[in-house]
Ligand binder design. Structure first.
Ligand code: AMP
Length: 195
């Protein structure tokens, strides 16, 4: 059965790194809305230009646009066959509502919350200094995470789907925690799996 997972975490919590490791381990498709938007920017489309100014300001692209992009991606055969790790979506209550509809029969197995404090992620992002990481944009993104995205964790928790993992430590340490939190989902290849 393909898995359908969601990963949450503040900007700078290490979602990208842990997502790449999980995708390798589970064979699911990594669907990162931030990566999709950055690809649109790189391709120089009019939509990309619009997205860039929104992203640079630390604001969110509108729900309608994001839901349309994700809906199309979730319908593609690779995702239908292999399942998905959603990274960066849903980010607002409206996106979460729409996601449930988009997935239809495909139930979400788990939502992973990679927990790193506001102080820690702020320090990490200022160190990394991407050109969209101005102090104002960082502050805006963190504020939107608290007001828009964090409430979604409670929704996943109320459905018993949320696992919270301490995101501080080495890449390996955090990945081991993610795997233990996911339990049997990550036991692919374990001695009992093929029996
Ligand atoms: P990320 O790489 O997930 O941190 O996303 C980078 C930026 O892309 C965000 O700060 C938003 O401006 C935009 N973005 C990514 N995903 C979404 C989403 N689901 N809804 C709205 N905006 C998004």
């Amino acid at each position: 059965m393909p898995h359908h997972l969601v990963i949450f975490g503040r900007q700078g919590a290490g979602k990208g790194t842990q997502s790449a490791r999980l995708v390798d381990a589970l064979g699911v498709v990594h669907v990162s809305t931030g990566d999709m938007l950055r690809a649109a920017i790189a391709s120089g489309t009019e939509f990309g230009l619009r997205a860039k100014s929104i992203m640079d300001a630390g604001r969110l692209v509108d729900d309608e646009t994001m839901c349309a992009i994700v809906n199309d991606r979730l319908a593609e055969p690779d995702v239908v066959d292999a399942g998905v790790l959603l990274d960066g979506f849903p980010r607002t209550p409206a996106q979460a509502d729409r996601l449930v509809v988009m997935l239809g029969d495909r139930a979400i197995d788990r939502a992973i919350n990679l927990e790193v404090s506001i102080e820690q992620v702020t320090a990490r992002m200022l160190e990394r200094a991407r050109d969209d990481d101005t102090p104002e944009a960082i502050a805006k993104r963190l504020e939107l995470y608290e007001t828009q995205t964090r409430p979604l964790l409670e929704w996943f928790d109320s459905k018993d789907l949320l696992v919270t993992v301490d995101g501080l430590g080495t890449e390996d340490e955090v990945f081991n925690r993610v795997c233990s939190a996911l339990g049997n989902i990550t036991e692919v290849g374990s001695p009992n799996h093929d029996e």
